[in-house]
Design a protein around this ligand. Sequence first.
Ligand SMILES: [Zn+2]
Length: 476
Amino acid sequence: MISLIRRLTRVAALLVGLSLPAAAQAPGFDFDQLRDETARRLSEYIQINTSNPPGNELATARWLKEVLAKEGIEGQILDTAELGPGRANFYARLKGDGSGKAIALAHHMDVVPVSRESWSVDPFAGLIKDGYIWGRGALDMKGHGIIQLMSLIAIKRAGIPLTRDLVYIANADEETDGLGSRAFIDRHPDLIADVEYLLTESGGSRVENGKVRWFGLNVGEKQVYWQKLVVKGKASHGSRPTPYNPVPRLARILTRLAAWETTVRVTPAVDRYFKAQAQAETGERRRWLTNAARALKSTRARAWLLSDPERNALLRNTISPTVLVGSNKTNTIPPEASAELDIRLLPDQDTVAFRRELLRVIGDTGVTLTMIGDMAPRFSAPLDTEMSRAIQRTAARLLPGVPFATTTSTGATDRPYYAGAGLICYGVDPYLVDMEDIRRGVHGNDERVSVENLGFGLRLYAGVIQEMEKRVKSEE
Ligand SMILES: [Zn+2]
C-alpha cells in the first residue's frame, strides 16, 4: 500500500500540467485529490478477479458495500440465490430531498476472461504505472463504476444538498447472459420505481491520435433478432441423389438472403451522429455526412456511405449467416439442414414487419424460422431530455469546440432491460480513450485507463449531477 501511494504521488505530480482549467472546477470538490483516490480504489477493484465465467461478483459486491459503509452509505447485496454461488448484484442510494426523480449510475462488475500470456503486466494486480491503471476491467467497465462510486462519495462528503436521489447499481453477468440486470429488474421494481434516468457504458466518443473527434451520448441499440432457419428433407444415401436433399435447398435460401439489400434509412440519432462526424471532414464527404438522407439518393455518395461497415450497420437492418449444419458424413444426405442468422434490427424497427419481409426473401414455405434466445425490449432513448442537455452542456464546458454526437450501438448491453422497466437510459464514456487503446484493451490485452482520464470522468459525472440539480431548482 505504501509503495502504491508513493507511485501515485509521482503520477499526480506528472499530471499537474495536464489538469483542466480552474473554470471547470465545481465548488466543494478537490478533483486532484479525488482523482488519486479514484485510482487507488480502481486498483483495488481490479484486484478482485471477476472474470466471467464464473463471475465471482459477490466478492466485488461485498467490497463496494464496505467502501460505501465507511462513507455512511448503506448498500445491499442482492439476488445471491437467483444468480448462484459466488454471484450477486449490488445496490445503494444517496438520498436527496425527494422533490426530484432519481438518477441511477449503473455498471457491471464482471469482466471478460484474459489470455495471460498476451499481457505485458499481471491483469489482476491493479498496477499503477506510467500514469495508467492497468488491468482487466480498467475500461470495461470497472473504471467507469469506480468513477460513478467516487462521484457519489464526493457529493456525500461535500454535503451537497440533492433534490434527486442518486442510485448506485452494480450488476453481475453483463458479459455473458445479462442475468444480473434481469434478476435485479424483475425482483426489485420498487428500488427503481422512482428512477427517471440511468447512465451506464458505451457512449461512443471518438479519440484518434490524441484528438477528440466527438463526444458521444449513446441513445439506442440495434435489436438482436437471431434466427434459426431449418429446412427439412429426406435422409438417404449420398450415392443415390434425390430432390429431397435439404442442403442445396438451404444453400439457395442463403444465397437469396446474402444478396438481399435491406432498406437504407437514416434514424434521427444517426443523422445527428453523422452531422458531428461531418465537422471533421471537408468537401463532398462533409456534405454527404451533413445530409445523409439526401446523399443516399446519389449512387456515388451512397456507395461511399455504405462502404464503412459501421455506417452500413447504422443505416439498415443487417443479416449475417453464421452457423451452418448439414450432414456430418460425406456419404449421407441428412434429414434436415440448418443455418443460424445473426440479424440486427435498427432500434425503432418493428419486428413483425421485418419478419414478414424476411419470409418473403426466403421464398420457401417449407422452412421453419425460430428465434434464438429471448428478444430484449426495444431500446431507443429520446434525444432531447433534461439529462441529454445536462450531459451536452457539461461536455461542452469540459471539451470546448468538440462536437457532440448521439450514437447508436450495434452491439448489446443491459440497457434494453432497464429501458423496458421505464427508465430513460443513456450510454456515456467517462474517459477519452484513443481508438488504439480501445481496440487493444477492451476484451483484449493490456487494458488500461489513464489517471488523467479518471479526473475527466469525475468532472463529467459531478458536472452532470450539478447541472441536473440546477435545472430542478430553476424550475421551482
Ligand atoms: Zn461492458
